[in-house]
Ligand binder design. Structure first.
Ligand code: 13P
Length: 245
């Protein structure tokens, strides 16, 4: 069986100011080494955070990137620039971007290709809405979304999947361990079938992960860590989750 090192990634979304470097500083002081740790702040903080993280075992990533190398795309940021300022990963296809910006899985896939072409790890998000779960067939839908969003050349080294049920994000509602386990098993089976390295690819769970529920979630088979929103903004909460990995 493949051993997959756990990854705990913080998605700060549109939160944080320059003063938030103090939270990162506290995380770096703790310098956790039991798993891989990533913080994805808003774009303007990335360069500063890369410098602040220094030699600590904390990587800095972004929350999105454009598909193009450069050019006339006002307000967008290329994967090339993210790599240039020291980011090592980028989240693509978060449900908030799929909803707020109408991003399709085809676009997400192109973004993931741009990311990996520049040496960034692509963290590709998938997940169903509450209506979709209640209608039945969430498993098939999310597996389909993943297969449409992951580039053909994806490897265990350059690609991470994040299963984030939309109804669990920021709501305090968490699926049962059985529901999480069933979805991750379905995603794993599809990865193994499609990719040579599918067994080695990490699948994170995201959606209302807190220090109080992290150990239970991380113990579920095929859960290889977490993508953390609100609880990644405060060092104490985030470190509590990291220590559960
Ligand atoms: P919360 O942890 O705040 O529910 O957010 C999850 C998320 O969307 C991470 O990308």
């Amino acid at each position: 069986m493949t051993t997959r090192r756990k990854l705990v990634a913080g998605n700060w979304k549109m939160n944080g100011l320059t003063a938030s470097a103090a939270e990162l500083g506290q995380m770096c002081d703790a310098n956790p080494s039991n798993c891989d740790v990533l913080i994805c702040p808003p774009y303007p903080l990335i360069g500063r955070f890369v410098g602040a993280a220094g030699n600590a075992h904390i990587e800095i990533g972004a929350q999105d990137c454009h598909t193009a190398e450069s050019g006339a795309h006002t307000g967008d940021v290329s994967a090339a620039l993210l790599a240039d300022v020291g980011a090592t990963a980028v989240i693509v296809g978060h449900s908030e971007r799929r909803a707020d910006h109408g991003e399709s899985s085809a676009l997400v896939r192109a973004k993931a290709e741009a990311a990996t072409a520049h040496g960034l790890t692509a963290i590709i998000c998938v997940g169903e809405t509450l209506e979709q779960r209640e209608a039945g067939g969430a498993g098939e839908l999310v597996v389909g979304q993943m297969l449409d969003s992951v580039p053909d050349g994806a490897t265990a080294a350059n690609t991470v999947i994040a299963y984030e049920p939309v109804w669990a994000i920021g709501t305090g509602k968490v699926p049962t361990s059985e529901q999480i386990g069933a979805m991750h098993a379905a995603l794993r089976a599809a990865l193994v079938e499609k990719f040579g390295e599918g067994d080695g690819m990490r699948i994170l769970y995201g959606g209302s992960v807190k220090p109080t529920n992290a150990a239970e979630i991380f113990a579920i088979a095929d859960v290889d860590g977490g993508l953390i929103g609100g609880a990644s903004l405060k060092a104490n909460d985030f470190l509590g989750i990291v220590s559960a990995a």
